[in-house]
Write a protein that binds this ligand. Structure first.
Ligand code: NAP
Length: 456
C-alpha cells in the first residue's frame, strides 16, 4: 500500500516531512473563489504525491466565497448550487487557506503575488456586462444582466441597483441562459421565490412588481440560440406563467437547419424543446413570457426613462442573418440586456476580447495562469470549469521549478490593516445564513451588507 505524504507524516510537521521524503511544497495563489478557482485548487490537491505538495492560498475580493454559485445562479435553481459542498471539501483539505475581503490591485498587487508564490492562478471571471452600443442604452430602466442578476442574488455591491418594476412589460435582450434566468425571475409569480434564497430586498420588490409580460429577443434564428435544452424544457412546467414561442419560427428554423445536413444532437434537442413550448397548452395566466427571434435592437427610446425599444427585423439567407430593413417597436418600462460579459482588467495582465490574453491558460506574464471565464470568456456551465482548470493546472505543474520559501500572506495583510476573513470565519457566516433560512423555510437568508458580514 502506498501512503501519501500526509498519511506518513502528521499535519503540521512539515520540516520533518521534507527532510525524510524530500517533499517539495509549492505555494500557489489562486485569485477568485468561484468555480474555476476551486476546481483549480482541487486539481492541485489531486496532483499531490509522496514528493509533491501544494499549499494553496485562495484570495477573494468579496467577504464571501463561491463566486457565481452564490451571486449568479438563479435562486429557483437550488440544485445547481449543491456544487458548493464540493467547494467546501476542497477548502477544508490540508494546505488550503481562504482569504476573503482581499482585493487584488487594491490590497496587494499582482507583482507582489508573483514574487511571493511559485505560481499565481487568475480565476476572477468576467463580471462586466457587454454593452449593446445603441442609442438610449443609458436611460433609466435600461440595465445589464450583470447588474440585475447580482441584485437579486444579494451581492453586496449591487444592493442599491435601481430596478424599476412599476411597468407592465419588460424586454430582455439576448438568447442565452442568462437571458432566460432573467426572464424567469421577472415572470415568475413571486410566491414561487419565497422558499428560495433570493435577496430579501429583491423579493420585496418583486412582490410589488407590476410586470406581467416579459419579451425575450434573439438577434439570430432559433437554430442559433444559446439556450440549452434542460432550461428550455422547464418553461412549459411553470405553474403561473404562460410561455409563448411562434411554432412557425421554430419549424422554419428546423427546416433551415436540416437543409444543412443531420442536426447536431444539442441543436435537435433545443429546437424540439422550443417546439414543445410553442405547442404547450396556454392557461391564460396573467403572467407571460414571449420569445422572439431574428430581431436586432436598434434603439432604446424614452424621455427620462425607457419607454420603447426599436428592433430591426432580420432574415436568414444562405445561412447568413441579414437585416430586412424593416423595423418594429415594443413599449416597455424595463430593458435588461443579457448579451455576455467581459473581464474587469487587473493591472499587470494583458487582455484581448474581454478576457486575459493566454495560451491554453498560460499568460504572457511569468508564473501566472488563468482559468475559467477570465481565460475563455463567458461560456460553459459550472462543470465546464472542472476539466478546463485541470488542464491549466497540468501546465502549471509542468512549469514548476524550485519552490520558493513560504511567506505568510496573513502577515502581509495584517501589516497593511486589511481585514481578511478566513475559512473558519466564512463557515460561521455560512452557518448563520443557513440557520436564518431554516427559521423561514429557505435554504439561507443571505447577508447583503459588507459591514454586517465583517462584523460577525
Ligand atoms: P451566451 O450564452 O453567450 O448568450 C449571449 C446571447 O447574447 C446570445 O444569444 C448572443 O447572440 C446575444 N448577443 C450578443 N451580443 C448581442 C447584441 N449586441 N445584440 C443582441 N444580442 C446579442 O451568454 P450568457 O447567456 O450570458 O451565458 C453565459 C454562459 O453561462 C453560457 O455558457 C450559459 O450557458 C451559462 N449559463 C448557464 C446557466 C445554466 O446552466 N442554467 C445559466 C446561466 C448561464 P449571438 O449568438 O447572435 O451572438
Amino acid at each position: 500500500m502506498r501512503l501519501t505524504a500526509n498519511e506518513v507524516f502528521p499535519k503540521g510537521n512539515r520540516r520533518f516531512k521534507s527532510s525524510r521524503l524530500r517533499v517539495t511544497e509549492f505555494h500557489i495563489a489562486i485569485v477568485g473563489a468561484g468555480p474555476a478557482g476551486y476546481f483549480a485548487a482541487q486539481a492541485l490537491q489531486n496532483a499531490q504525491s509522496e514528493d509533491l505538495e501544494f499549499s494553496i492560498d485562495m484570495i477573494e475580493r468579496l467577504p464571501t466565497p463561491w463566486g457565481l454559485v452564490r451571486s449568479g445562479v438563479a435562486p429557483d435553481h437550488p440544485k445547481i448550487k449543491s456544487v458548493s459542498k464540493v467547494f467546501e471539501k476542497i477548502a477544508t483539505t490540508e494546505g488550503f487557506q481562504l482569504f476573503c475581503n482581499v482585493e487584488l490591485g487594491k490590497d496587494l498587487s499582482l507583482g507582489e503575488l508573483q514574487e511571493m508564490y511559485d505560481a499565481v492562478v487568475i480565476a476572477t471571471g468576467s463580471s462586466r456586462g457587454k454593452k449593446l452600443g445603441i442609442l438610449g442604452e443609458d436611460l433609466a430602466g435600461s440595465l445589464s444582466a450583470a447588474d440585475f442578476v447580482p441584485w437579486y442574488n444579494a451581492h453586496p455591491d449591487y444592493v442599491g441597483v435601481d430596478v424599476p418594476l412599476d411597468c407592465d412589460t419588460a424586454v430582455v435582450i439576448g438568447a442565452g441562459n442568462v437571458a432566460m434566468d432573467v426572464a424567469r425571475m421577472l415572470a415568475l409569480e413571486p410566491h414561487e421565490l419565497d422558499p428560495t434564497d433570493t435577496a430579501e430586498h429583491a423579493l420585496t420588490n418583486l412582490h410589488k412588481s407590476s410586470i406581467r409580460k416579459v419579451h425575450v429577443f434573439g438577434r439570430r434564428g432559433p437554430e442559433h440560440a444559446a439556450f440549452t435544452s434542460p432550461e428550455l424544457r422547464e418553461l412549459p412546467k411553470l405553474e403561473h406563467t404562460d410561455v409563448h414561442i411562434d411554432a412557425h419560427q421554430i419549424t422554419a428554423a428546423q427546416q433551415r437547419a436540416q437543409a444543412q445536413g443531420e442536426l447536431p444532437k444539442d441543436l435537435k434537442s433545443n429546437l424540439e424543446a422550443m417546439l414543445a413550448i410553442a405547442e404547450a397548452e396556454k392557461k391564460n395566466h396573467e403572467r407571460a413570457m414571449y420569445f422572439h427571434f431574428l430581431a436586432t435592437p436598434l434603439e432604446i427610446k424614452g424621455s427620462s426613462r425607457v419607454e420603447e425599444v426599436v428592433f430591426g427585423i432580420n432574415r436568414v439567407e444562405n445561412e447568413k442573418v441579414i437585416p430586412t430593413g424593416e423595423t418594429f417597436s415594443i413599449q416597455c418600462g424595463l430593458v435588461i440586456s443579457a448579451i455576455g460579459y467581459e473581464s474587469l482588467e487587473i493591472p499587470g495582465l494583458n487582455y484581448e476580447n474581454g478576457r486575459v490574453k493566454n495560451n491554453g491558460g498560460r499568460t504572457s506574464v511569468a508564473n501566472t495562469y488563468v482559468v475559467g471565464w477570465a481565460k475563455r470568456g463567458p461560456s460553459g456551465v459550472i462543470g465546464t470549469n472542472k476539466s478546463d482548470s485541470t488542464d491549466v493546472m497540468k501546465l502549471l505543474i509542468e512549469d514548476l521549478k524550485d519552490a520558493k520559501p513560504k511567506k505568510e500572506l496573513s502577515a502581509l495583510l495584517s501589516s497593511r490593516g486589511v481585514l481578511h476573513l478566513s475559512q473558519g470565519q466564512w463557515e460561521k457566516i455560512n452557518a448563520a445564513e443557513v440557520s436564518a433560512g431554516e427559521a423561514v423555510g429557505k435554504p439561507r437568508v443571505k447577508f447583503t451588507q459588507r459591514g454586517e458580514i465583517l462584523g460577525l
